[in-house]
Design a protein around this ligand. Structure first.
Ligand code: GDP
Ligand code: MG
Length: 418
C-alpha cells in the first residue's frame, strides 16, 4: 500500500466497543431496521457533550485554586474569561468556570473550610458536596486539619478527592537559591512529599498527594501528568469517557486516553460516513459522506491539540517559534494535514487499499447492519480513521516532548524562577 506514513493498513488490535454503544445500536436496529441508523449513531457519538462534569477545587486563599482552574481550562490569568488570580484575591462565594471549548466541564472555586463566610459548622450545608463528581483539595504548604476533615466528609458520601500540593516550582527555586551547593531536585521533592503524606495519611493510609505547579507552562512537569491520568482513571463510571474528551490535551496520559476512546468509536464514525452515499468526490471511486469524514478529522485534530489554534497557543505559552513546532510535526504528518483537511482526506482515501478486512468488519454487523458493513466505504473509512489516529497520536506525543524539553531548559536558567 502506498502511504507516506509509518503505519500498516488495518494493523490494529481488536477493539472493545463500549457495551453501551453496542447494546443501544443493536436495540435500534432490531426496532427500526437500517433506516435512520446513521442519525442514531451520530447522536451517540455526540452524547458526551451533554454529560455534566463538575469538579470542585477547594483550599485556603492563596493556595492556587484560581491558577489551577485556569490551567485546567487552558487559560492564563490575563486571558479573557480567566478566574481572577492574585495574592489578595479571596473567594467569598462559590464561583463556577466552564471549560472554554467544552462547556459541560465545569470547575467550581470553593472557599476553604474555616474561612469567615464558610465556617466548618455550616460548610457542608453551604457547599452541598453531592453536587460535585470530584474534589481537588489544594494547599501550598501543609494540609490543614480542616482539609483532612473535608476529605473524610467526602469519603463518607462515596466521592473521590485528591490532595494537591501546589507551588512546587517556587519551592524548588527557593531551595536552589538557599542551598546552591547541595541542591538536588529529587531530594527536595521527596522531602515535600514525605511531609505531606505524614500528615494526610493520619486520615487515610492510602492517600496520595500530587506535587504540582498550577501554572500553565508546567503541565508536563512534576506530578501534573500523573494527576491528570489519575483523575481520568478515577472519574466516576459513565462520566469518565466524557471527562477524557473534555479535558485539554496537555500531557501524554490525556492524549493516550483520548486516542483510545476515539479509536474505539471509529466504527461508529465509519458507519455514519458510509451510510449516506453522497455524490462521488472527483478522483475517488467510493461514495461516502465526505464532509462528515472531514468533520471527524477536524474533531480529532482539536481533540489532540493539533489544530492551528492549539499549536499557536502552545508556541505562545512556551515561547517556542511556530516554525520549530511545524518542522517537527511535519516529519510525522504532511503539510496539508495542517493546512487543507479536505485535500488531506481525499489523499488518504485514495491511498487506502481495501485490504482483507472481512473478519474484522463482520464484527460490526449486529450494530450497524449488514448493508453498511458490506460497503467498501465502511471498510475504507474505518481503516483511514484508525491509521490516521495512530499517526496523530505520535504527532501529539511529540508535541508534548517538545514542550517538556523547553520547560526543563527554562529551569536551567538560574535568573528566573523555575
Ligand atoms: N510559582 C507559583 N505560583 C503560584 C502557583 N499557584 C498560584 N500561584 C500564585 O499564587 C498567588 C495566588 O494564587 P491564586 O490562584 O489566586 O490562589 P487562590 O486564592 O487559591 O485562588 C498568585 O500570585 C499566583 O500566581 C504555583 O503553582 N506556582
Ligand atoms: Mg482565587
Amino acid at each position: 500500500m502506498a502511504t507516506s506514513y509509518d503505519v500498516k493498513s488495518l494493523d490494529y488490535d481488536l477493539i472493545d466497543l463500549s457495551e453501551d454503544d453496542k447494546l443501544a445500536a443493536q436495540k435500534y436496529l432490531s426496532e427500526n431496521g437500517i433506516r435512520g441508523i446513521e442519525g442514531f449513531l451520530a447522536e451517540r457519538l455526540d452524547a458526551w457533550r451533554k454529560c455534566p462534569l463538575n469538579i470542585a477545587i477547594t483550599g485556603d486563599s492563596g493556595a492556587g485554586k484560581s491558577t489551577l482552574i485556569n490551567t485546567l481550562r487552558n487559560l492564563r490569568a490575563e486571558d479573557e474569561g480567566a478566574a481572577k488570580v492574585g495574592v489578595v484575591e479571596t473567594t467569598r462565594t462559590i464561583l463556577s468556570y466552564s471549560h472554554p471549548s467544552y462547556p459541560n466541564l465545569v470547575f467550581y472555586d470553593l472557599p476553604g473550610v474555616g474561612t469567615l463566610e464558610f465556617k466548618k459548622s455550616t460548610y457542608l450545608n453551604q457547599v452541598n458536596l453531592s453536587r460535585y463528581d470530584f474534589f481537588l483539595i489544594i494547599s501550598r504548604t501543609r494540609f490543614t486539619e480542616n482539609d483532612l476533615w473535608l476529605a473524610t466528609e467526602i469519603q463518607k458520601i462515596g466521592k473521590h478527592f485528591f490532595f494537591i500540593r501546589t507551588n512546587i516550582d517556587q519551592d524548588l527555586y527557593n531551595e536552589k537559591i538557599d542551598h546552591p551547593k547541595t541542591y538536588n531536585e529529587t531530594l527536595v521533592l521527596d522531602r515535600i512529599r514525605e511531609n505531606c503524606l505524614a500528615h494526610i495519611r493520619t486520615v487515610d493510609e492510602t492517600a496520595n498527594a500530587f506535587l504540582i505547579s498550577g501554572r500553565l507552562n508546567y503541565t508536563s512537569r512534576f506530578d501534573f501528568p500523573l494527576m491528570c491520568s489519575s483523575l481520568l482513571r478515577d472519574y466516576p463510571g459513565l462520566k469518565r469517557q466524557a471527562m477524557i474528551l473534555a479535558m485539554s490535551s496537555n500531557c501524554k496520559e490525556v492524549i493516550r486516553a483520548k486516542v483510545d476512546i476515539l479509536r474505539g468509536q471509529t466504527w461508529v464514525a465509519a458507519a455514519v460516513s458510509a451510510a449516506v452515499a453522497s455524490p462521488p468526490i472527483p478522483g475517488l471511486s467510493i461514495m461516502f459522506d465526505f464532509s462528515l469524514t472531514v468533520g471527524f478529522v477536524i474533531f480529532y485534530k482539536k481533540q489532540l491539540g493539533l489544530d492551528d489554534e492549539s499549536l499557536a497557543r502552545i508556541a505562545e505559552i512556551h515561547h517556542i517559534p511556530v516554525y520549530v513546532i511545524q518542522d517537527e510535526l511535519q516529519k510525522i504528518l504532511p503539510a496539508h494535514f495542517f493546512t487543507a483537511v479536505p485535500d488531506f482526506v481525499v489523499s488518504l482515501v485514495k491511498r487506502q487499499a481495501v485490504g482483507t478486512a472481512t473478519e474484522e468488519v463482520l464484527r460490526y454487523v449486529p450494530y450497524v447492519g449488514s448493508a453498511i458493513c458490506a460497503t467498501v466505504s465502511f471498510t475504507i473509512i474505518l481503516s483511514v480513521l484508525r491509521n490516521l489516529l495512530n499517526v496523530m497520536e505520535k504527532a501529539a506525543v511529540t508535541l508534548i516532548d517538545i514542550v517538556a524539553e523547553r520547560s526543563v531548559s527554562d529551569d536551567e536558567d538560574d535568573d528566573e524562577p523555575i
